[in-house]
Design a protein around this ligand. Structure first.
Ligand code: ZN
Length: 156
């Protein structure tokens, strides 16, 4: 965060005018909701455009927070399926000797990924928690394995 050198006074009703130029640059339109964030320690307020729907499809159904953004169940499932596809791809490539699996996922972890993918293949509709239980891993470890492939995997 940086100061842009604009100082505004709070009026008797607690209102502050956001300068027109700023609203234009940020695409904030009249009547749109803004979400207020507070950093109590730093005594700082932050405003952010409030999106009421899913970040990706704007759906209002079954929303949950994913890294501080609202995402619907169906988009979350799609992200998960894509992660799974990449995971399977990485494991397949590795087993063919074309090891494109990231450094972090070699050895013991590659073994764990293989076990996880086996469980996922046999129970494609289970939840992540159920996969973890069936593979004998903690849910956190399953998330970590998925993240390794999803974020760091360099595939063909
Ligand atoms: Zn969505």
């Amino acid at each position: 965060m940086e100061s842009i050198g604009i100082v505004r006074q709070v009026d008797e009703l607690g209102r502050v005018v956001i300068p027109m130029e700023l609203r234009r640059v940020l695409g904030i339109h009249e009547g749109e909701p803004l979400e207020i964030f507070i950093d109590e320690e730093a005594k700082r307020l932050m405003l952010r455009q409030y999106h009421t729907g899913c970040l990706f499809c704007e759906s209002m159904e079954e929303l949950s927070y994913f890294r501080a953004r609202l995402v619907c169940q169906s988009c979350l499932k799609e992200i998960e399926l894509q992660a799974m596809a990449r995971l399977e791809n990485a494991v397949t490539l590795e087993s063919r000797g074309k090891a494109e699996i990231p450094e972090e996922a070699k050895g013991k972890q590659a073994e764990a990924i293989r076990r996880l993918v086996d469980v996922m293949r046999t129970h494609p509709h289970a939840t992540k928690g159920e996969w973890a239980r069936m593979a004998g891993f903690s849910p956190g470890y399953v998330s970590r394995l998925l993240r390794i492939i999803y974020e760091k995997g360099r595939l063909e």
